[in-house]
Write a protein of this length. Structure first.
Length: 208
């Protein structure tokens, strides 16, 4: 009985276009879930319903039963999520969560009423399992091999040790500084190639 009265006291989000207008202004078209201050799901757009239907087997309830449920059902450690949302200073909050074998990317925004009081939270989310795996694989490669990243001007943006002693990058310069040793060697090699090409072309002319 208490639960029913509490639920009835919470207005239907669709009856308050101010909230929806604010949410859509904050977020681009995406999977969207709105929860009130008590972290109870009060609204999902159609995109969310369609995406959740694809992973319904990973959820503790059917998609059509989610309205009125706590957001705890999405989290392995609900206490952590509640701790983040306990302070508006933590918002917007971007994070990845694990749902079964799927990786979910989410960004949580605060939602305010006409008087500026916090009334709930809007979460934009997406299933990014494959993208996440690719990013992790690329990062593992970067961490396990000697790598250096340059910007379009040839300045070092990032590097990963160890490098061979004669690689031209062992001068311990910081990212953003020009790799002088490497540039000098590249110029030297280019000049050497031009000289060699000139000798070959000269010798061909002599034979003729």
């Amino acid at each position: 009985m208490e639960h029913q009265s509490r639920k009835a006291a919470v207005p239907d989000l669709t009856e308050h276009p101010h909230y929806l207008k604010q949410i859509y202004k904050l977020l681009p078209p995406c999977n969207l879930i709105y929860a009130d201050k008590d972290l109870v799901v009060r609204y999902m757009n159609q995109a969310s319903r369609n995406t959740l239907a694809k992973i319904e087997h990973l959820l503790p309830c059917k998609v059509d039963e989610m309205i009125g449920k706590s957001i705890d059902i999405f989290h392995q450690t609900p206490a952590r999520a509640r701790q983040v949302l306990a302070s508006e200073k933590n918002l917007p909050h971007h994070a990845y969560i694990q749902l079964g074998q799927e990786k979910i990317e989410q960004t949580i925004h605060p939602v305010y009423d006409e008087k500026g009081a916090l009334v709930g939270y809007a979460t934009a989310w997406a299933i990014v399992t494959e993208q996440y795996r690719l990013e992790q694989a690329m990062q593992a490669i970067f961490n396990s091999r000697p790598c250096v990243e340059f910007d379009i001007e040839g300045n070092v943006r990032a590097r990963q040790r160890p490098f061979p002693a004669d690689d031209g990058l062992h001068d311990r310069r910081s990212p953003g500084q020009e790799p002088q040793n490497l540039r000098a060697r590249c110029r030297s090699r280019s000049a050497g190639k031009r000289d060699a090409l000139g000798e070959i072309q000269g010798s061909r002319g002599a034979v003729r």
